[in-house]
Design a protein around this ligand. Structure first.
Ligand code: ATP
Length: 356
């Protein structure tokens, strides 16, 4: 398996260094023969190549089996004409990574205010209320007068169908329950179609229970009793917001791993951003990228039917549980360690097969 690694901005280089060591350790223990190629995106690429991402980089990523993308300073990238392209949007769009799978669960031994839970948010990734990916070129956000802005939201049958299928497929391997989250009481046509299509796809999965919730009420349900949920499927913007909440409820935003998956490509990425406020201080939690790396290995194993990859993915997950229980995480996750030290103890555990 060839993986391209792009460390990113802010805390990106610190936490990606840890994720790479975890991938190397998994490769060693499970004989995965991973080939890890390093490149740059974001501010480092803007300085060197005049653009945050380049066509050459895209070709390199297309030729690989997977991508690990560090958090990017997306807020700084405002003008595409100056090469300031949002790398996250770029890869999601160019590689058609339509399903953003964001698991969130509590870890034993860590304080959790809302009780134990284990769920996954499945967020549509290629359209919705994202002005930078809705139309062929340019932005779907328009300045009509100096005081008036119109932002367009795109919802298509194809994208609704494929995200619904991803959610039900995932639910089949979990607790067999899908909750559709929407705002069909206000966005009657767009979200109305999203709910209808999800319910149509649900008929192909009679073993999976299905219900639906309006997004505002869902926020309250998730805070009150997240254990009620298994797989939550929703449109792009709602999924973005909801998954930050579920990551934080699991103990820390720094524990939110995510996989962006399409038919032929996948990208591991943290749920959180580049966190410039804590960059360079060796305090960032590397678990979101570690868990994303595990998801990427699991995706490859499933796609190519390679059991060693599934075993490696499971070992990364189990090692995370054990290490956090032993308080070998960063401060935000109830531990005492720095980023690099948390990474070292994780790698030691993974190599020794110490999941308990
Ligand atoms: P960006 O502009 O790239 O989205 P941000 O700082 O606005 O960055 P996040 O990176 O999502 O947004 O961070 C939100 C808050 O959570 C910050 O206060 C940050 O310090 C904290 N945080 C985010 N990621 C981590 C992490 N991996 N470990 C510890 N704290 C984190």
């Amino acid at each position: 398996m060839k993986i391209v690694v792009l460390p990113g901005d802010g805390i990106g280089p610190e936490i990606m260094a840890v994720a790479v060591r975890v991938l190397e350790a998994a490769s060693e223990r499970f004989q995965l023969d991973l080939e890890i190629g390093h490149d740059i995106a974001g501010h480092a690429s803007l300085q060197r190549h005049g653009a945050t991402v380049t066509p050459a980089l895209l070709e390199k990523v297309k030729a690989a089996d997977g991508l690990m993308l560090g958090p990017m300073a997306t807020y700084d990238f405002k003008d595409e004409a100056k090469g300031e392209i949002n790398p996250s949007k770029f890869f999601r769009k160019e590689l058609d990574l339509y399903a953003n799978i964001r698991p969130a669960r509590t870890f034993p031994g860590m304080a959790h205010r809302v009780g134990e839970f284990n769920l996954a948010v499945v967020r549509e990734n290629t359209e919705g209320f994202y002005a930078d990916r809705n139309i062929e070129s340019g932005s779907s956000e328009m300045l009509i007068t100096p005081d008036t802005v119109i932002s367009l939201r795109r919802i298509t049958r194809l994208c609704c169908e494929r995200i619904a299928r991803s959610a039900f497929d995932l639910a089949r391997t979990r607790a067999r329950h899908v909750s559709i989250v929407h705002k069909a009481n206000v966005l009657k046509i767009g979200d109305g179609m999203f709910v209808d299509i999800c319910r149509q796809v649900a008929r192909e999965f009679p073993q999976v229970r299905v219900d639906d919730f309006i997004v505002d009420a869902m926020m309250a349900h998730v805070v009150r009793a997240p254990q009620r949920f298994d797989v939550i499927v929703t449109t792009n913007m709602f999924g973005d917001i909801l998954s930050d909440l579920t990551a934080e409820l699991s103990g820390s935003l720094g524990l939110g791993g995510s996989l962006n998956a399409g038919k032929d490509h996948a990208m591991g990425q943290a749920v959180h951003g580049s966190a410039p406020d804590i960059a360079g201080r060796n305090i960032a939690n590397p678990y979101s990228l570690i868990l994303s790396a595990g998801q990427l290995l699991g995706w490859h194993g499933q796609r190519k039917n390679l059991p060693a990859f599934a075993l490696a993915a499971r070992a990364i997950d189990e090692t995370a549980t054990a290490a956090l229980q032993a308080r070998e995480g960063t401060r935000d996750a109830g531990g005492e360690l720095g980023t690099a030290e948390a990474g070292q103890s994780f790698v030691r555990r993974l190599l020794e097969g110490r999941c308990r």
